[in-house]
Ligand binder design. Structure first.
Ligand code: GSH
Length: 355
């Protein structure tokens, strides 16, 4: 299959980590020369997009992986225990949607990172533009920094919290990785795969966060390499049958950050707002862009929860004691994105995460 992607992209890295683990052969191409065609076929210009042998296109990494799991059932990344599976999906959603801000902040706020990454992106993404390379690099830097840092709530006042998001994620992971090679077992699950988006492609590769990871959290750097190489491993490939107690630190962080954001975003979307504010831990964020896609993320998590039996739901709730998690089982906050209503993803017309 063909993966339309970028070598430094968050969600392309997530999908590649999955494909390598599963042993699914793919060939990478950069899509941007023909944006009109991509928009027509896939709905939105974003990466990764998978062009299949049967001619169909898939976009959005989460449903793409779910579809591929049905077609390639060997080495499942979804835990067979439904409670563990739900927790894995929750961690995936946090990795996809919360760590994005910290990842973009590091890439576009530090000079070394910005200079290196603008060069790579200019060469992979903008070669079709009839402009000198220095102009294309300038345009890349300006667009990414404006859109994904300055317009995503990062200010002098929120910056320490945005940095702490990266550290807290690694602390939470470390508590689990002390007891086993992967977060939820002897083999990668969708929780590990989801975290490869930020941890491999941004924090593990961009100079500033990569130095922090290597020097202060070397076990996470080791985990990144382990997941990337997991396809070569043989032997025990089991996933846990119960949620480990050592997940508590990461699950608390998710409650206080990602779940708060999902809630305030859904409320603002319901009121027709374009921006919203929120208090996450000790930090007040303002002017965050409302995301219709993230309303859909909340809908999908709620659907997964409601598909569990009453006993399984009670078990999930016992692992998620923070009050914020009521968002996942109580309906007082409406989540009605009207996106992918027939649940056709990944074969539907996709939408961008941020407007
Ligand atoms: N929900 C999508 C998100 C894909 C996405 O946003 N990809 C980024 C690159 S990592 C992108 O293409 N952004 C479009 C842009 O910058 O305009 C997924 O999981 O695949």
């Amino acid at each position: 299959m063909k993966v339309w992607g970028v070598s430094v992209s968050y969600y392309t890295g997530k999908l590649e980590a999955y494909l390598r683990y599963k042993g699914i052969a793919y060939e990478m191409q950069h899509p941007f020369a023909d944006q009109a065609r991509i928009r027509k076929l896939a709905g939105a210009v974003q990466v990764p997009i998978v062009e299949r042998e049967d001619g169909r296109f898939m976009s959005d990494s989460t449903p793409t992986i779910q579809q591929l799991e049905r077609e390639f059932p060997a080495r499942p990344v979804f835990p067979s225990n439904p409670v563990v599976r739900f927790i894995a999906l929750l961690i995936e959603d946090y990795a996809d949607e919360w760590l994005w801000r910290s990842a973009m902040y590091y890439r576009w706020s530090y000079e070394h990172d910005r200079e290196l990454l603008s060069r790579i992106l200019a060469d992979e993404v903008t070669t079709h533009l009839p402009l000198p390379r220095f102009v294309r690099r300038y345009l890349v830097k300006r667009r990414q920094r404006t859109r994904f840092v300055l317009q995503d709530g990062v200010t002098d006042q929120t910056r320490p919290h945005v940095e702490a998001g990266f550290f807290n994620a690694m602390d939470g992971m470390l508590a689990m990785l002390k007891n086993r090679p992967y977060l939820l077992g002897q083999t990668p699950s969708i929780a590990d795969i989801g975290l490869m988006g930020p941890m491999l492609r941004h924090f593990g590769q961009d100079p500033t966060p990569a130095a922090i990871m290597r020097n202060e959290w070397p076990a996470i750097a080791e985990w990144v390499a382990r997941v990337w190489n997991a396809g070569t491993m043989s032997g025990d490939t089991s996933l846990l049958e119960t949620v480990p107690a050592d997940a508590a630190l990461l699950l608390k962080e998710i409650a206080e950050t990602h779940i708060v954001q999902l809630r305030e975003n859904a409320l603002a979307y319901g009121r027709g707002q374009r921006t919203f504010e929120m208090q996450a831990q000790d930090c007040h964020y303002q002017n965050l862009p409302v995301s219709r896609y993230r309303v859909y993320c909340l809908e999908r998590l709620r659907e997964e929860f409601h598909a569990l039996s009453p006993d399984q739901q009670a078990d999930v709730r016992s692992h998620l004691p923070q009050a914020e998690y009521a968002l996942l089982w109580e309906a007082d906050v409406a989540a009605t994105s009207l996106y992918d209503v027939d649940r056709q993803a990944p074969f539907n017309k996709a939408i961008n995460v941020l407007p």
